[in-house]
Design a protein around this ligand. Structure first.
Ligand SMILES: Cc1cc2nc3c(=O)[nH]c(=O)nc-3n(C[C@H](O)[C@H](O)[C@H](O)COP(=O)(O)OP(=O)(O)OC[C@H]3O[C@@H](n4cnc5c(N)ncnc54)[C@H](O)[C@@H]3O)c2cc1C
Length: 374
């Protein structure tokens, strides 16, 4: 393959010279950052570098839940982090979705306000009686919406689930077509004269007085400013504040008369599933092998895929024959804190990573904050 130094005069001048902003990573955060930079700097030369031939982290591999807070998740968070941090994260997710809908029309990526349900498997997972009242009051004071949460246990029988004893509904959560969202962001970036080069990997960088020198697998690139949006792959840049977290998914073949619509979680959010075009998409199981799943390697494992199949048999589709059609893995970025890292590393370099399982909701908001750091 040609190294960058062997490119033509034309290629160098169009793509690689006088770059004002270089964004690394073409996931939801990288693409949103570039789009918000364009708003702030109409004449700047903006380049996105992506190492894969497609984005190769989480943004084209996720389950497409547009979620901002399920009751059991908020209940658990309130036990481990401060109340302020819990509601800050809630708002960041809720407002992040609104921001995403402002930059891309929601119907273009098949957003559906289909609601979500927390499914409860055992009595010790039940929420205290007055918790939903507390949630509804708090959420009304934050976003002005009445009665967002309610117990709705008849969904269990209607959907044909087994081994579930209760269900809590969030009427405002929804689902998206993950691939379509990234494609829309990509199209918007191109339409705004943002260059995207695939297959180029940032290996290292050096901040100088007037510029940042990027060492890539094809040679050196100079940019005035660098923004790193590599999420689960950012350990090399910021060390142990971020860890890769693999998440695995499967999708069945289409099922005739699939009885449920919407998005569902159970076992404290460790498992999640939804109806996608009359197929079941089911993901989760990282808790079965946390050490093994703390990896940047994008592959599925027998242990987790077998568990997902057994949950289809015993909980989700107990009386329905099914066949698995797809299975895949993606890499998230997590850490000791739930909130993302959005900061400047020096006056020319910024980073926006650690989206956890919330990137669909917060990705656009993180992009805006990153762009506004310059
Ligand atoms: C299976 C799965 C299910 C999920 N489900 C949901 C969900 O339902 N709802 C939700 O909100 N979130 C979900 N998430 C999390 C969500 O997908 C992520 O939070 C979000 O996509 C992160 O976006 P990002 O742009 O920060 O990172 P990424 O999408 O990972 O993008 C980072 C990009 O950087 C590139 N890159 C890395 N290193 C380099 C380098 N050195 N040089 C050049 N490029 C590089 C990668 O190839 C990648 O494309 C899920 C994740 C997974 C894996």
């Amino acid at each position: 393959m040609l190294s960058l130094k062997d490119l033509s005069f034309w290629e160098k001048s169009v793509y690689l010279q006088n770059i004002d902003f270089c964004v690394v990573g073409a996931g939801i955060v990288g693409l949103s950052t570039a789009i918000f930079l364009r708003n702030n700097y109409p004449d700047a030369k903006i380049l996105i570098l992506e190492r894969g031939y497609l984005p190769t982290g989480a943004s084209t591999k996720n389950a497409g839940f547009a979620c901002f807070g399920s009751p059991t998740e908020i209940y658990d968070d309130l036990k481990t982090i401060s109340e302020n941090a819990v509601w800050e994260t809630f708002l960041m997710r809720y407002e992040g979705l609104e921001m995403l809908f402002e930059i891309i029309e929601p119907n273009l990526f098949s957003y559906q306000n289909c609601a979500s349900w927390d499914l409860i498997q055992s009595r010790d997972e039940l929420l205290p009686v007055d918790f939903l009242n507390y949630l509804n009051d708090k959420v009304k004071s934050l976003i002005g919406q009445e009665q967002v949460y309610q117990e709705e246990t008849d969904i269990i029988e209607k959907s044909g689930f087994k081994n579930i004893i209760a269900a809590y509904k969030n009427r405002l959560e929804g689902s998206i077509n993950t691939g379509a969202l990234i494609h829309c962001l990509y199209k918007k970036a191109i339409a705004q004269d943002i260059h995207v080069l695939f297959g180029i990997e940032l290996e290292d960088f050096d901040t100088c007085q007037e510029s940042v020198e990027l060492k890539t697998n094809f040679g050196f690139i100079k940019t005035s400013n660098l923004i790193i949006c590599t999420n689960g792959f950012a350990r090399k840049v910021i060390g142990e504040r971020i860890k890769p977290a693999r998440a695995q998914v499967l999708v069945t073949k289409p099922i005739r008369d699939l009885k449920f619509e919407g998005t569902f979680h159970f076992d404290r959010g460790y498992y999640y599933f939804r109806n996608v075009e009359n197929r079941v998409l089911l993901g989760g199981g990282r808790n079965l092998d946390i050490n093994g799943e703390t990896t940047e390697e994008i592959k599925t494992t027998g242990q987790i895929q077998e568990k997902l199949v057994s949950l289809l048999e015993n909980v989700i589709l107990p009386n329905t024959p099914f066949e698995v059609d797809y299975s895949w893995a993606g890499i998230m970025g997590v850490g000791n804190e739930k909130q993302p890292i959005i900061e400047k590393l020096n006056n020319r370099v910024a980073i926006g990573v650690r989206m956890g399982g919330m990137g669909v909701a917060i990705g656009a908001a993180v992009g805006k904050k990153l762009a506004n750091l310059f």
